[in-house]
Design a protein around this ligand. Structure first.
Ligand code: AMP
Ligand code: MG
Length: 407
């Protein structure tokens, strides 16, 4: 059976970045990935800039650090100096103000004393140096210089930088649209009281929340019934999105119709079953679509809630990261030291809910009580899964295992 790593590799082979689109830099662009190099449109700062409130001076006048200068002008931020500072003169400047001609240093206000309207006494502790407290023109960036490269994630700091070079829109990879189709004749909506043999659809909204966390835009389809015609109609609708995520109906039961209907709709399955627990029956397929973008991706997740959750984290989230244009799609597993002895017997590599914490000596992990793939409640005490290998093992405190954080 396919390993998790091999299955992830297959998913990533089919999941390239979505074609870039012009994107206004508004709230919906936070977290998107830039798809162009952005250059500065001007020098920054555009002038030699005072970095302190104080006096713009000629350093040569203050070779000893002290002296009395004639104040010729006051310049606040946003205003331009009109007078040249000659020998023995100073201009009062505020932080951010352009430096007057002739001056090459700023003495901070705390090291000065006004003697009268026109004279200031400088009391520097050491000789004034040319360039002190001045940011030279173009020091931050030069016009035409690339300040942000394709692949950058648009975090708050990138928003600030882009605005600084005059950009209100950029080319970025769009948010992937993800349709969610929960299938099963036994499912009823959360708002309903289940009748005999029925259960509420927990996976639909759980997937919705995971998709939001993973930077996708979810769309919940109505519950799909275990009938080919009904599934076909809803899948057809879901296939208009970049990604279709199904829950349920992918195992080997009589009413597990999902793989067959997907094949009818032209979806090529690349794997169906992975050596893992929970989540073994997981299916991944694609259908080509026009244009230079990736194919439509289809994930059939097993219906048991923890299987669905784990399979999303291992396969769907990395795929979404790729569609979003991220170079490192994850998932990132961290090495974690087992807190206590933990004998474990399993026939497949197993993702067991656990509490992961970072200590001075690295990550530590403690498995929580859990009774299997139906037990979503057991996850309430966990923030990660610890991965135990197959076989019958007497795992010891101090041994190191991979851990997958899930928050
Ligand atoms: P299946 O993968 O369809 O064989 O379903 C496996 C188990 O998961 C069954 O016990 C289902 O009742 C349960 N299940 C399927 N879909 C959901 C869902 N949307 N929410 C909660 N449980 C589900
Ligand atoms: Mg089912």
């Amino acid at each position: 059976m396919l390993s998790v790593a091999a299955a992830q590799e297959i998913v990533l082979q089919h999941a390239g970045p979505l074609p870039a689109v012009p994107t206004p830099l508004d709230a919906s662009a936070v977290g998107l990935v830039l798809a162009e190099d952005v250059a500065a449109d001007l020098d920054l700062p555009p002038f030699d800039k005072a970095l302190m409130d104080g006096y713009a001076v000629r350093a040569g006048d203050l070779a000893s650090g002290v002296g009395t200068l004639t104040v010729i002008e006051e310049v606040v931020a946003g205003k331009v100096p009109s007078k040249r500072v000659e020998r023995g003169e100073a201009t009062r400047v505020m932080t951010g103000a352009p430096m007057p001609q002739g001056a090459d240093a700023v003495v901070m206000i705390e090291r000065t004393k006004m003697l009268d309207e026109r004279r200031v006494q400088i009391e520097e502790v050491k000789p004034a140096a040319s360039g002190q407290n001045v940011l030279a023109r173009g020091r931050e960036m030069r016009r035409g210089e690339v300040v942000l490269s394709a692949g950058a994630v648009l975090r708050p700091q990138e928003f600030g930088l882009l605005a600084g070079v005059g950009r209100t829109a950029v080319k970025a990879h769009p948010t992937p649209s993800v349709a969610i189709l929960s299938t099963g004749d036994e499912l009823v909506d959360a708002s309903e009281t289940p009748g005999p043999g029925q259960i509420r659809n927990g996976n639909g909204v759980m997937l919705l929340a995971q998709i939001v966390r993973a930077g996708g835009r979810p769309q919940l389809l109505p519950i799909g019934r275990d009938r080919p015609d009904h599934l076909r109609a809803l899948m057809t609708e879901g296939l208009r999105s970049d990604v279709l995520v199904l829950s349920g109906g992918v195992s080997a039961g009589k009413l597990d119709l999902v793989p067959g209907v997907l094949a009818e709709l032209g979806i090529q399955a690349h794997f169906h079953k992975v050596a893992m627990k929970p989540g073994k029956p997981v299916l991944f397929g694609t259908r080509p679509r026009g244009g230079d973008g990736p194919p439509t991706l289809v994930f059939g997740l097993p219906g048991n809630p923890v299987s669905s959750l784990v399979c999303f984290e291992l396969f769907v989230r990395p795929a979404l990261n790729r569609l979003r244009g991220l170079a490192e799609p994850g998932p990132i597993l961290v090495p974690a030291t087992l807190d206590e002895d933990f004998p474990y017997r399993t026939d497949r590599p197993t993702y067991h809910p656990a509490v992961l914490r970072l200590t001075e000596t690295g990550y530590r992990i403690r498995p929580v009580p859990w009774f299997g793939s139906q037990d979503l409640r057991g996850l309430g005490r966990a923030n990660a899964f610890v991965v135990f290998p197959e076989g019958d093992h007497a795992h010891r405190a101090g041994q190191v295992f991979p851990a997958l954080r899930v928050e």
